[in-house]
Structures are given as structure tokens and as C-alpha cells.
Design a protein around this ligand. Structure first.
Ligand code: FAD
Length: 380
């Protein structure tokens, strides 16, 4: 595995990191408090080419090495994890399956404006009664002449309260099990679509999460993405790359907590010296570094294998489990280092601690990742 990064790639990633620190990070506190990502953040990220680097040139994207993409994602998550999550749901969870399985017409109508930052997408798999057990979704699409009629509820969907378009997974054949699920691209301004208000969440408050209800929504045959009956497989393939994104989400948050803790440990004094010189704090800083570097090595291994076009196997599950649980541990240490002040929103670590908690839940819980890893190891 060659982990060296050419100078021009380092420079491109560094320029994006500067942009994130100068423009996105100063807005993160307000994003958390108002629950809104300012439109200028979407615009500027689009103008910086951040949405393009996730897509092929043939689809209007921009080819950059996987490792640069990884570094850019980490920079954005470090600056504002809520902005990372919402933009990622649009360009990745919604945009990636459209790019991979969509028709030229679907790409022109939906993917292009998502990449250009003009429209927001979401990925609607989870339902009130079906999360981890995604095969038991109840949302249904009934075949009618010339199209489909969609009915049912989706829940816990990133961007649902604000999105223009959704990729929606619905049962089209009740007797076919996972082979009876189909992916549709749904214009959320259609009659019969309604959305919940954004949920009040523990963290990532600027990233609007909500529910979608489809009440006899009329779709055309052209709204099927890929083939009828392939939706479950397509969802799982999309989530595999989503897990890679969650590694960078976790790394960005952990790195921000680590940086803030190093600063605070040398500023805050107790017993006549900076608390960073007290062994208990000293060791926490070292532990944070060990944890982050381990997770980053795994994330870089994923990027390297993607660049080689290699099958990733269970690596995304391994890396996602480690990185997201690492971020929970690291942000917990960061709050502890900040003492009582770490429990107030005067310090960034309070938000980072709350934001990190999504990691072991979203895009497949830690429990289901362990299930997938163990099954692959034991069953071969
Ligand atoms: C902020 C946020 C954003 C989200 N965004 C999206 C989105 O954009 N699109 C989308 O479709 N979904 C989204 N989700 C939903 C998310 O993917 C689900 O919450 C997650 O998959 C878990 O499903 P659940 O909440 O129904 O929990 P459940 O499936 O009910 O799980 C509850 C507990 O049981 C455990 N469990 C369940 N099955 C097993 C098993 N077989 N073995 C061991 N343990 C098990 C789980 O690990 C968990 O600890 C989002 C969730 C949040 C919180």
C-alpha cells in the first residue's frame, strides 16, 4: 500500500482545508443554534468544486484522487459536521445511486443540479418501523398503466424537510423478499408528498432530519432508477460508500476535538501549571493522537484500495466501526479535558461530543457492522 500523496494533491486538499476553516467553521456555532445551514455555504462549496469531486467527469463531475476526496471530506466534517452530513446526503446518498444506476434523462434532470449545488437530494430508506432491518420496509409502489402509485412513510431522513428530490426505496413485489424492492427518483414537489418538521436532535442540529409521507403519489415508469426489483441491492451498494464517508465524518470531528483540547490543555492552569502538564491530561492528549492516527490509517487504506479499483470486502464496515467509535471516545476525552467549561456551549467540544454520537448509529449501526464483519470472517 503506497500512502504517499503527490505535492499537487496535498496543495489542493490544503486549499480546501483553508476554505473550510475560514468560511465554514466560523458558521458552525450558528448552524447548530439555528438549525439551518446558510445557503451561501452550499453555494461556496459548490463553487469550490466540492460536489463535483464526488462524481465522474461524464456526469459533470471532476476527477480527483480518492485520497484527496478523503482529505476534503475530513476538512469539511472538521469545520462543521452538520454541513458535512447534509451535503453528503445530497451528493453521495442521493447523487451516487443516480450516477451509478440512473438514466441519462434522470441524471440531466436531478444529478446535474445536485452537483451544481442548485438542488438538494435525500436518500429515503429508513421507515418508522424499519431501520437496521431494511428488508422489512412497508412503503409500497403499485403498478398502474404507464407508471406507479407510491404510498407509505419514511423516517429519520437527512434533508427530508428541505430536499427537492429523493431516491425512495419501495416494495414493488410483496412476495419476492429483498428482490421485490425498487428504487424510484421522486420529485418532492409532487402532489401527495408531505414532510414532517425537522426533528429536534441531540446533535448535528443544522442538518435537517425528518420524515416523508407518500399518499398515492403518481410516478411514471421513467422514475424507476435501475431495474425493478434491484432496489435493495442498490441501497446496500450506496451505503457501502456512505460508510466510507462516515469514517471521514468521524475523523473530522475527532481532529477538531483534539486540536481544541491541545490548545486548552496549554492555556488552562491548575496547581501552578498548564493542565496539559498534569499526567492524566497529558496521557489523554496522547491517547487522542493514537486513536485518530489509527482510524486515519484505515480510512487511507480504503482510499488506496478504491484507487486501485479493488473490492473493499468488509473494510468499510471495519473502518466505519473503528472511526465512529473512536470519535465518541475522543470527543468524550475532549469534554473531560475542558472540565466544567466543556459542558457549556462556550467551547466547541460540547457540540463535537453531541455530533460524534451519530457515527455508531447512522449508515448501519456498529452492531450491524460487527454482524457483517463476523459473518464475512466466519462464513468466508
Ligand atoms: C441524524 C440521522 C440521520 C439519518 N439519515 C438517514 C437518511 O438520510 N436516510 C435513511 O434512510 N436513514 C437515515 N437515518 C436512519 C439510520 O440509518 C437508522 O437510524 C439506523 O439504520 C438504525 O435504525 P433504527 O434507528 O430503526 O434502529 P433499530 O434498527 O431499531 O435498532 C435499534 C438497536 O437494535 C440494534 N439491532 C437491530 N438489529 C440488530 C441485529 N440484527 N443485530 C444486532 N443489533 C441489532 C441496533 O444496532 C440498535 O442498537 C438517519 C438517522 C439519524 C439519527
Amino acid at each position: 500500500m503506497d500512502l504517499s500523496i503527490p505535492a499537487e494533491d496535498t496543495a489542493a486538499a490544503a486549499a480546501f482545508d483553508r476554505f473550510c476553516q475560514e468560511k465554514i467553521a466560523p458558521r458552525a456555532h450558528a448552524v447548530d443554534h439555528t438549525g439551518v445551514i446558510p445557503p451561501e455555504s452550499w453555494r461556496e462549496l459548490a463553487d469550490m468544486g466540492f460536489f463535483k469531486v464526488h462524481h465522474a467527469e461524464a456526469d459533470g463531475g471532476l476527477t480527483v484522487p480518492w485520497v484527496v476526496r478523503a482529505m476534503m471530506q475530513e476538512s469539511l466534517a472538521k469545520a462543521c459536521a452538520a454541513t458535512f452530513l447534509s451535503t453528503g446526503a445530497s451528493i453521495g446518498l442521493c447523487g451516487a445511486p443516480l450516477a451509478r444506476f440512473g438514466t441519462a434523462a434522470q441524471k440531466q434532470r436531478w444529478l446535474k443540479p445536485i452537483i451544481d449545488g442548485d438542488k438538494v437530494g435525500c436518500f429515503a430508506l429508513t421507515e418508522p418501523g424499519a431501520g437496521t432491518d431494511a428488508a422489512s420496509i412497508q412503503c409500497q409502489a403499485r403498478k398502474v398503466a404507464g407508471g406507479w402509485v407510491l404510498g407509505g412513510d419514511k423516517a429519520l431522513i437527512t434533508n427530508a424537510p428541505v430536499a427537492d428530490v429523493a431516491v425512495v426505496f419501495a416494495v414493488t413485489d410483496k412476495d419476492a423478499g429483498v428482490g421485490g424492492v425498487t428504487m424510484f427518483v421522486v420529485d418532492l414537489s409532487l402532489r401527495g408528498v408531505s414532510r414532517s418538521r425537522p426533528y429536534k436532535k441531540m446533535g448535528l442540529r443544522g442538518s435537517a432530519t425528518g420524515g416523508l409521507t407518500f399518499d398515492d403519489v403518481r410516478l411514471s415508469d421513467d422514475d424507476v432508477v435501475g431495474e425493478v426489483g434491484q432496489g435493495f441491492l442498490q441501497a446496500m451498494q450506496t451505503l457501502e460508500l456512505g460508510r466510507v464517508g462516515m469514517c471521514h465524518f468521524a475523523l473530522g470531528i475527532a481532529d477538531a476535538a483534539y486540536e481544541a483540547s491541545k490548545r486548552y490543555a496549554m492555556e488552562r492552569r491548575a496547581f501552578g501549571k498548564p493542565i496539559g502538564r498534569l499526567q492524566a491530561v497529558h496521557f489523554k492528549i496522547a491517547d487522542m493522537k493514537v486513536e485518530i492516527d489509527g482510524a486515519r490509517l484505515m480510512a487511507r487504506q480504503v482510499a488506496w484500495r478504491l484507487a486501485q479499483g479493488e473490492d473493499l470486502g468488509v473494510l468499510p464496515s471495519v473502518a466505519k466501526t473503528y472511526a465512529t467509535e473512536m470519535a465518541v471516545r475522543v470527543t468524550d476525552m475532549a469534554v473531560q479535558i475542558h472540565g466544567g467549561w466543556g459542558y457549556t456551549d462556550d467551547f466547541v467540544v460540547e457540540r463535537l461530543f453531541r455530533d460524534a454520537r451519530l457515527g455508531p448509529i447512522g449508515e448501519g449501526t456498529s452492531e450491524i457492522q460487527r454482524e457483517l464483519i463476523a459473518r464475512a470472517l466466519l462464513d468466508g
